[in-house]
Write a protein that binds this ligand. Structure first.
Ligand SMILES: Cc1cc2nc3c(=O)[nH]c(=O)nc-3n(C[C@H](O)[C@H](O)[C@H](O)COP(=O)(O)OP(=O)(O)OC[C@H]3O[C@@H](n4cnc5c(N)ncnc54)[C@H](O)[C@@H]3O)c2cc1C
Length: 408
């Protein structure tokens, strides 16, 4: 067992930390208020190899693994407690990676280099108005062949990055729909494909939600009315869209764990400095057990969360590198644990640290509200609700025969 990062990984952490503290941290409140990324930031992230970090070099990416992706996510979130920038980073790192694994060569050559340059945003669109947790049973969107193309009808909601895709970049989304409603088992009827989200796509109508966290990245949706998709934008085997989605969710979930941990670490660092200088009853707050015991408890908890994330990332890297001792279900279990722990603990930690700041925490001079609002998105449900993580963990512990849903 080796608990050390390699010198290369440490160096990478230093580089991302320096970048994030200089280029992101001073501007986080401004980005939260304007609801936009700072001008030029995406280009700088691209230059540093942070866009599509897991995309192979062959397609213009840095070819990084999930250990590196988690290091970067943690550092980005330590600087951007609101986690808007890490969300942008992690959605691409996970979903463009699935596409790079299974997409057609032609589509990958067309799309991935532009993702790495920041010209395209690569997103995920599975959730629909009828529900997100049970994407198999509730997918109403359909995809059908028409001549040498496919046509898609339906609606996707609560989708990250829609406004950016319609304005400063173009969106390419990993999207799912039913190709064959009669398939048995049902999940084999689901097909994954690339959906374009940009101005001027006939039949595509974007929507935007007014949300209350991670404001610099939008949450929206799009209705699809006979939107045409070229044949080569179908991802992999049309009967395996559900499986590819599960691969992407595992990848996203581990990086979400790292992101939430980064935001909580950033908050704890701010809190530690504050309690050392703020006095009450003639002494620094850092002398009172009512303050330091929660600090000790939460720090211990957070370091445990970090180990779960590191093991989950390591497992994903093992599976991807072809180590047959592990399979994608081993990775899914650990990635679900990372997603279950990170957002819940980060929210509790940032809330606790806010208490230490008294009234100051309730002003916008203090950055803690950014983190509290941001990490809550992931315990509410983005990339899968907490109970869905519990279902996955229980399934892996007890066996598929005990899942509470219909497996047909
Ligand atoms: C900020 C934000 C960004 C998002 N970005 C994206 C995106 O980019 N792309 C995308 O596709 N989706 C996105 N989502 C949607 C997200 O994936 C869904 O919110 C999630 O899958 C849950 O679906 P739902 O909201 O429809 O909740 P529902 O499926 O209606 O579930 C409601 C609640 O019931 C619980 N629940 C459901 N089934 C069970 C069960 N069997 N047992 C116990 N509890 C259960 C859930 O955990 C949840 O707490 C985003 C969400 C948010 C908040």
């Amino acid at each position: 067992m080796d608990f050390e990062f390699t010198p290369e990984e440490e160096m990478f952490r230093e580089t991302v930390r320096e970048f994030a503290q200089k280029e992101i941290r001073p501007y986080v409140r401004e980005m939260d208020e304007t609801g936009k990324f700072r001008e030029g930031l995406i280009k700088k992230m691209a230059d540093l190899g942070l866009l599509g970090i897991t995309i192979p070099e062959k397609y213009g990416g840095p070819g990084g693994n999930f250990t590196l992706a988690c290091i970067a996510a943690e550092e980005l979130a330590r600087a951007d407690l609101s986690i808007a920038i890490p969300v942008f980073f992690l959605v691409e790192a996970s979903w463009a990676w699935v596409f790079a694994r299974h997409g057609t060569e032609e589509a990958k050559q067309e799309i991935l280099p532009k993702v790495c340059k920041g010209e395209y945003f690569f997103g995920i669109a599975t959730t629909e108005p009828a529900g997100g947790s049970d994407i198999v049973g509730n997918t109403r969107t359909t995809i059908k062949p028409k001549g040498d193309k496919y046509v898609v009808n339906g609606e996707k909601v609560y989708i990250s990055g829609v406004n950016e895709s319609m304005t400063v970049m173009k969106g390419r989304y990993f999207t799912t729909a039913y190709m064959n409603k009669a398939a048995k088992p049902k999940y084999k009827g689901i097909t994954a494909f690339i959906c374009p989200v940009e101005k001027g796509i006939p039949g595509l109508t974007p929507t935007l939600f007014e949300d209350w966290g991670r404001m610099a990245i939008s949450t929206g949706g799009f209705a699809l009315d006979n939107v045409e998709i070229p044949k080569h934008w179908i991802i992999g085997d049309p009967t395996r869209g559900f499986i590819y989605s599960m691969e992407g969710f595992s990848a996203a979930r581990v990086i979400i764990g790292a992101t939430c941990i980064g935001s909580a670490l950033g908050g704890l660092e701010i809190g530690k400095e504050y309690i050392k200088q703020r006095k009450s009853f003639g002494k620094e707050l850092a002398r009172y057990e009512g303050i330091t015991f929660p600090l000790a408890d939460w720090y211990s908890r957070l370091e445990g969360d970090r180990l779960v994330v590191q093991k989950a990332a390591w497992l994903l890297d093992q599976v991807n590198a072809g180590n047959t001792k592990y399979n994608h279900l081993d990775a899914a279990l650990w990635c679900a644990m990372a997603k279950l722990r990170g957002p819940i603990d980060a929210f509790a930690i940032l809330n606790e640290v806010a208490d230490w700041h008294g009234a100051f925490a309730y002003t916008k001079e203090c950055p803690l509200d950014l983190g509290i609002r941001g990490v809550r998105s992931y315990s509410i449900g983005a990339e899968g609700g907490m109970n869905i993580m519990r279902l996955i963990i229980a399934r892996e512990l007890l066996g598929k025969q005990y899942v509470p849903y219909d497996r047909q």
